[in-house]
Ligand binder design. Structure first.
Ligand code: HGY
Ligand code: MN
Ligand code: MN
Length: 416
C-alpha cells in the first residue's frame, strides 16, 4: 500500500464543487452552522459518503458519521474529521479541506479494493467555528464530555435563535447519542491558517499541540445623549471607553510578545445613530497563548484595564469570560505516525503548534489524536481570499491516507 496515492485532481474538484454552497461573490464561502447553506452541504456530504459505501448516521448534535467497514468491525474505528461550517466571510478550505480529504481517502481505498483491519469513520462536526453559536467546537465538545448536550441545545445566536431549533429546522437533529461510543484514534487535516509553513517552504506541519484560548463578552454602559448639545465634560460615551479598552487589549498582547495574540472581533454600538452619543457598546475579546500561566496573567491584566478605564470614563463595564480551553499536546504515537508518513512520502515538514482551535483539541480528550497542517497562501484564513494549492491539498491527503494505514497496521501488529 506504500505506493497508494490519492487522486489530487478529484479532491480539488470536490472542494471547488462544495464551495458553491454558501459561495460568495469574492470567491469565499459564507456557510454559518445550521444555516440553509450548511444543510445543503450536509445533504451533499451524506449522499457522497453513502455513494462511497459508508453507513451514515447523525448524532444528537447534528454531527455526521460515515462508517466504512473494516476486516474486524469489533475494533474501535480510526476516525478522520473536521468541519464544513465556515466564518461569515470564510474561505473554501478551513475545515473543508479536512473533511473532503477524508472523503478522498475513502474513495482511494475503495478504488484500491483495500480494507483496513479497523473500521474507518469520517466525521463532519457541527459548529466548529463558534461564530454564530458560541462557544466553538460545540459538537466535538459535547462528544468529548466538555459540554452538556442541553447546554449546547440552549445556546442562542445574536438573533435569538436557539441551537436545537435551528438543528431541527435543517433536519439534522439525529437520534444517535452524542459521544456514547469510543474512537480508536482521530486524525484531522487542516490548513495552517498562519504564515509559518509557507515562510519556511514546508509542505506538511506535524501538529504537536494547540495553544490555550480565553473568550470574553464585555458590555460597556454609559449614556445616550445628544451629539450637538451635550458638552464634552458631561458625556458618558461608551464607544470612547470601548476604544480605549480595545487599545489596551492590544497592548496586553504586545506586552507578552511574540507568542501572545488578542483580538476584538465583534463590536455592537447602540443606538448606532450618527448624532447620538453611544450609550452602550457590546464587544468580544479573544486571548490566546501557548502557556496557560501567561494566558492567566493576560486575563488578570484584561480585568484590571477594563475596570480602570470604565472608572476613568464614568461608565459601567461588565466582563463575562464565556469560554476557555487550555493549551494541550496531541498523542505522541499519532504525532510520530504523521511525521513518519510525511518523511516516507518525501514531503518537507516541521513540527508546529496550532494557533487556531480545532475539533481535534476536544477529541484528544477521548481518543489518541493527531493533526496534519498544510500551508495556505500568506497564512491568510477566516477571509474570503483564503487560498492553498491542489499540490498542498494532495500532499496533506496523502499524509492523512498513509498515517491512517500505518496506525491501523501498527495496532494490528500489537494484537498479534
Ligand atoms: O477560532 C479558531 O481558532 C477556529 O477557527 N475556530
Ligand atoms: Mn477550522
Ligand atoms: Mn476557522
Amino acid at each position: 500500500m506504500k505506493e497508494l496515492q490519492v487522486n489530487g485532481q478529484r479532491l480539488w474538484q470536490t472542494i471547488m464543487e462544495t464551495a458553491r454552497f454558501g459561495g460568495t461573490e469574492k470567491g469565499g464561502v459564507c456557510r454559518l452552522t445550521l444555516s440553509d447553506a450548511d444543510r445543503q452541504v450536509r445533504d451533499w456530504f451524506v449522499s457522497e459518503c453513502e455513494a462511497a459505501g459508508c453507513a451514515v448516521s447523525i448524532d444528537e448534535m447534528g454531527s455526521i458519521f460515515a462508517w466504512r467497514p473494516g476486516k474486524m468491525d469489533k475494533l474501535l474505528p480510526v476516525a478522520i474529521g473536521s468541519h464544513l461550517d465556515t466564518q461569515p466571510s470564510g474561505g473554501k478550505f478551513d475545515g473543508i479541506a479536512g473533511v473532503l480529504s477524508g472523503l478522498e481517502v475513502l474513495r482511494t481505498l475503495n478504488e484500491a479494493g483495500y480494507t483496513t483491519d479497523a473500521p474507518l469513520e469520517l466525521i463532519d462536526w457541527t459548529n466548529e467555528e463558534g461564530s454564530r453559536f458560541t462557544p466553538p467546537m460545540l459538537a466535538s465538545g459535547v462528544f468529548a464530555g466538555v459540554f452538556e448536550r442541553d447546554f449546547a441545545y440552549a445556546v442562542v445566536d445574536r438573533d435569538g435563535k436557539r441551537f436545537v431549533e435551528e438543528l431541527e429546522r435543517i433536519g439534522y437533529r439525529g437520534q444517535r447519542k452524542c459521544g456514547d461510543y469510543k474512537l480508536g484514534a482521530y486524525f484531522e487535516l487542516h490548513i495552517e491558517q498562519g504564515p509559518v509553513l509557507e515562510a519556511e517552504n514546508k509542505t506538511i506541519g506535524v501538529v504537536t499541540g494547540m495553544q490555550g484560548q480565553k473568550w470574553y463578552e464585555v458590555t460597556v454602559t454609559g449614556q445616550d445623549a445628544h451629539a450637538g448639545s451635550t458638552p464634552m465634560r458631561l458625556r458618558r460615551d461608551a464607544l470612547v471607553a470601548c476604544a480605549r479598552m480595545v487599545e489596551s487589549i492590544q497592548k496586553i498582547a504586545l506586552n507578552h510578545a511574540p507568542l501572545a495574540v488578542a483580538t476584538v472581533g465583534l463590536v455592537v454600538v447602540r443606538p448606532n445613530s450618527r448624532n447620538v452619543i453611544p450609550g452602550s457598546v457590546f464587544f468580544t475579546v479573544d486571548l490566546r497563548h501557548p502557556d496557560d500561566d501567561v494566558l492567566l496573567q493576560m486575563d488578570r491584566e484584561l480585568r484590571e484595564k477594563v475596570n480602570a478605564i470604565a472608572k476613568e470614563s464614568d461608565v459601567e463595564a461588565k466582563l463575562v469570560n464565556n469560554w476557555n480551553v487550555a493549551a494541550m499536546e496531541f498523542d505522541r504515537e499519532c504525532i510520530n505516525q504523521v511525521r513518519n508518513a510525511a518523511e516516507a512520502l518525501g514531503y518537507r515538514h516541521r513540527d508546529i503548534i496550532s494557533g487556531a482551535g480545532h475539533d481535534a483539541v476536544y477529541i484528544a480528550r477521548v481518543a489518541p489524536t493527531g493533526m496534519i497542517f498544510i500551508p495556505c497562501e500568506q497564512g491568510i484564513s477566516h477571509n474570503e481570499l483564503e487560498k492553498t494549492t491542489s499540490e498542498y491539498i494532495a500532499a496533506g491527503a496523502n499524509v492523512l491516507l498513509h498515517t491512517v494505514l500505518a496506525y491501523d497496521e501498527a495496532r494490528n501488529e500489537a494484537r498479534r
